[in-house]
Design a protein around this ligand. Structure first.
Ligand SMILES: Cc1cc2nc3c(=O)[nH]c(=O)nc-3n(C[C@H](O)[C@H](O)[C@H](O)COP(=O)(O)O)c2cc1C
Length: 198
């Protein structure tokens, strides 16, 4: 039977926070930590072991490719729709460069569709939580962003995803600028739980 430090496990879960690119230092995150995050993602629960999580990891010059791709796709679509916004374009073209690594989060639909799609999406979210917790254990910042091109059909091929797959967003990863770890806030769990005892 494995032995765990229960207090540490609870502390890790409760101290996990979303930490944003403006809070990131320039110093890149060690590749070994990114690899550990990905390996831990791979141990998420998965109904029928479909393992639907797919990741594309951008770093270094790769971040520039992602920035160019997403800003250009936004420009193309918003210009055609007549609602192009220069500041949005700028944000998409520059925000990725603030991260050490960006992990694009994808869900690959099982060809046999052996489990409902919602279960595959849930499974990917659990894989992302594993990455969040691993980052926290290393005092590395990360956050799941689902803005920009996340839900644009045209974005899928860039991330190796097919029509029935889904892009779910991006995990921005970086070292922290400051020693201060952010506080979280939650309403009490008692507001969200019903006990049925008899
Ligand atoms: C599926 C998902 C999508 C998210 N998308 C965004 C986003 O687009 N922008 C953002 O600022 N935060 C996003 N977040 C992060 C939440 O804002 C964050 O989890 C929330 O504020 C609670 O903070 P905590 O993670 O530090 O507990 C997302 C989180 C999840 C789970």
């Amino acid at each position: 039977m494995p032995v765990f430090d229960k207090a540490q496990a609870t502390e890790l879960i409760r101290k996990r926070r979303s930490i944003y690119p403006t809070q990131f230092a320039e110093q890149p995150v060690d590749q070994s930590i990114i690899e550990e995050m990905l390996e831990n993602a791979n141990w998420a629960p998965t109904h029928r072991i479909t393992e639907p999580w797919r990741f594309v990891v951008f770093s270094g010059e790769g971040l520039k490719k992602l920035a160019a791709f997403q800003s250009e796709l936004y420009k193309e679509k918003s210009t055609a729709a007549g609602n192009f916004d220069e500041s949005k374009f700028e944000k998409l073209a520059t925000k990725p460069l603030k991260a050490s690594h960006i992990i694009a989060i994808g869900m690959a639909r099982d060809p046999k569709e052996s489990v409902p799609e919602v279960e595959e999406l849930s499974s990917v979210a659990m894989a992302v939580q594993n990455m969040y917790l691993t980052a926290t254990a290393h005092n590395i910042g990360c956050y799941w962003g689902s803005g920009g091109v996340t839900y644009m059909e045209e974005a899928k091929p860039f991330f190796g995803l097919g029509e029935r797959d889904q892009l779910l967003g991006f995990l921005y990863v970086g070292n922290l600028k400051s020693d201060k770890w952010p506080e979280g806030r939650r309403k009490p769990i008692t507001d969200k739980v019903t006990w049925v005892n008899d």
